[in-house]
Design a protein. Structure first.
Lengths: 265, 195
């Protein structure tokens, strides 16, 4: 459980995709989300699907993890599929039974939209399955750099993200401890009307907030004592390296975009 | 507690950075409170305290820091940390129609913080919290509708009204929690003395 909390959905490995620079992966996925909308006929959707399968194959991620990522949206997908099938009344009539009638266009749309969503979910899942949250943070910091001009505190955001990631397991532990401590003192948390139960979170939240803020102050003092003075002139422990693999990945995506533009109708 | 950094208005103090970071982590606890405190399941439906914590972020940290801390929460969630409701996380969450609520919380924290900046009465805290919930519903539901249109090219049968009907059931619960957040925020703010 704790292990899962630290790494999130990240699955360590040493495939081609794992070894890519987080910056190229982020750019790749952002661009992919956009080019998905270029597809508008069977050939382009097939191309997208095959492309995604290839990426999955290269990343050597077990299909199980990808399917797992689908779980929260599967109902939504099915719902939309049915909406398209039953409510699009264009093209040839394929099937008719009492009040149910399925038209060609509806079926086509339903399948297209399902494929679109499937490739989007798979591609975005691959990003977080092959990249640890901390390297995504590093990648984001560099990619967002231009926004510094708009007064977005990019360095600070990245630092906050790292600190926050670091404190997830700690605060979870803390919550668990406070919970048990209050139960040991005899606070009854599991019965009574809703109002009483909502009130029962107070003895849980007050100590949680106080201890979290105490921790924050300690950490801030520790950082300043060690000479933290903001992003200016700070050197990095984890270095990002852009090499030929990353250029290759971006070129592949450019090729895919060109292919989609030529094949779309 | 005082830190030695220059306390100018534009620059974030180190301690502010850390407050934001920890509040983002607290959001994660709030989103998944049921797995720590089983009593928060009411009538089979797990209650998430995300809106509650987003409002608190605004009340306790103020508009700017509050909004920043929720931004951090959103970003670490997208980066793959399991911080969203039901320990969800990962970049694919951006496709989820309910992702709009996470985005809305940034604005909620900001607005709530702005409202109480000048008037720190308990009444104002509660008013701010209720406005916060309404803002989160306005943005969240519109986003849901837009996302559904974009990702799924939803057919005509899916109307704007349907989106609202989908979203209305949890509203009373969130309004009650908002009042609670106002009262709680007013109380905890004195204990924490962030500002």
């Amino acid at each position: 459980m704790m292990e899962k909390m630290i790494f999130g959905r990240f699955m360590p490995g040493d495939s081609f995709v794992h070894k890519l620079d987080p910056r190229s992966k982020l750019l790749f996925v952002f661009a992919f989300i956009i080019i998905v909308f270029l597809a508008n006929n069977p050939v382009t959707y097939a191309a997208l699907f095959v492309f995604t399968l290839l990426v999955i194959f290269v990343s050597r991620i077990k299909l199980y993890f990808l399917i797992n990522g689908l779980k929260p949206v599967i109902i939504l997908m099915a719902f939309t599929f049915l909406l398209h099938i039953f409510f699009t009344k264009e093209g040839e009539l394929l099937y008719h039974w009492k009040f149910i009638s399925i038209y060609e266009e509806g079926l086509k749309q339903g399948i297209f939209i399902s494929i679109r969503f499937l490739v989007l979910v798979f591609m975005t899942s691959i990003l977080t399955l092959t990249t640890s949250p901390i390297s995504i943070t590093d990648g984001l910091e560099v990619l967002l750099n231009p926004f510094k001009k708009l007064k977005l505190p990019v360095h600070e955001l990245a630092l906050m993200m790292s600190i926050s990631l670091r404190f997830i397991p700690t605060l979870m532990d803390e919550t668990d401890k406070i919970m048990k401590a209050q139960m040991a003192r005899g606070s009854d948390l599991s019965t009574g009307p809703i109002k009483e139960r909502v009130k029962a979170v107070v003895p849980l939240l007050v100590p949680l907030f106080v201890s979290a803020f105490k921790r924050a102050e300690d950490l801030a003092t520790a950082m300043e004592v060690r000479g933290y003075r903001g992003g200016e002139g700070r050197t990095r422990y984890r270095q990002l390296k852009w090499d030929s693999k990353d250029t290759l990945a971006i070129l592949l995506l450019v090729a895919m975009t060109a292919l989609l533009i030529t094949l779309r109708s | 507690m005082t830190t030695s950094t220059v306390n100018s208005k534009s620059k974030l103090r180190t301690v502010d950075l850390v407050y934001c970071a920890l509040f983002a982590t607290l959001m994660m606890i709030g989103a998944n409170i049921t797995s720590f405190a089983p009593f928060m399941v009411v009538g089979g439906v797990p209650i998430t305290l995300q809106a509650f914590f987003a409002i608190l972020a605004g009340l306790v940290l103020g508009s700017r820091l509050g909004a920043l801390s929720i931004t951090v929460y959103m970003l670490i969630g997208l980066a793959g940390a399991p911080v969203f409701a039901r320990f969800g996380g990962g970049f694919s969450q951006i496709l989820s129609p309910t992702f709009g609520f996470v985005v809305a919380f940034i604005l909620v924290a900001f607005i709530v913080g702005k409202i109480v900046e000048n008037n720190r009465s308990k009444k104002m805290y509660i008013t701010a919290a209720i406005i916060g919930v309404i803002v989160s519903y306005l943005i969240g539901t519109n986003w849901m509708y837009a996302a559904y249109m974009l990702w799924f090219s939803a057919p005509e049968a899916f109307t704007y009204k349907m989106a609202w009907l989908w979203m209305i059931p949890p509203l009373p619960k969130d309004l009650i929690l908002a009042v609670f957040a106002g009262v709680f925020g007013h109380r905890i703010q004195k204990v924490l003395k962030v500002r």
